[in-house]
Design a protein. Structure first.
Length: 198
């Protein structure tokens, strides 16, 4: 059964909390490194910015609805992979968090220098308040599953990896996907209007 009751979601979220804190810490470290890169290694930051601009360029020319669908599919796929590949001793979700933290640190710092703090915040905050928590929840599931795999390697575990994966996927479908969908719609329709009101 895919649906999770409110009580099941509450219990599962409580179990995720330690891993959520770890996700935030890894992301925060990555973001701090991104800020340091901009300050001390400007050439590296510029190359990094060029690659990000190249990726964003893929979405140019799309209608707002197509843009929302593309953003949603991109974020949903990455978050799902973080969950499914979390069994690889939690390495994949940790790498995803770290890399995204660096990317946000570099892009936000360069954007602040070019456009100012207010416009830079407008380009992130409206959809980020939904998108980032959704991603953090997904990587937290991956970290938790990875931890369960390690526990099983060194002794008996309370639950099977398969059952943990099923619970994680149910939470993904009932909680994370809706958050990512709303975030994508906000980014395509609201954020773009706030940043480039034309």
């Amino acid at each position: 059964m895919i649906r999770m009751s409110a009580e099941e979601r509450r219990v599962y979220f409580k179990q995720l909390l330690p891993y959520l804190k770890t996700s935030l810490a890894i992301f925060g470290i990555g973001m701090a490194i991104g800020l340091i890169v901009v300050s001390h290694f400007p050439e590296t930051a510029e190359r990094f910015e060029s690659s990000v601009i190249g990726f964003v360029g893929i979405f140019r020319g799309l209608s707002k609805l197509e843009l929302a669908a593309a953003i949603f599919l991109n974020n949903a796929l990455k978050t799902l992979l973080a969950i499914l590949l979390g069994g690889l001793v939690a390495i994949i979700p940790a790498i995803l968090l770290f890399a995204n933290g660096i990317a946000l640190g570099v892009v936000f710092s360069l954007s602040t220098q070019a456009r100012g703090l207010w416009l830079s915040l407008l380009s992130i905050v409206p959809h980020g308040v939904l998108e980032l928590p959704a991603v953090f929840l997904g990587t937290s599931i991956g970290l938790m599953i990875g931890t369960k795999v390690i526990q099983r390697l060194f002794g008996p575990a309370e639950t099977t990896i398969a059952s943990e994966l099923v619970r994680g996927l149910r939470f993904f479908l009932t909680v994370i996907l809706p958050l990512l969908l709303v975030a994508a719609l906000v980014e395509a329709f609201l954020t773009s209007a706030l940043v480039s009101p034309r």
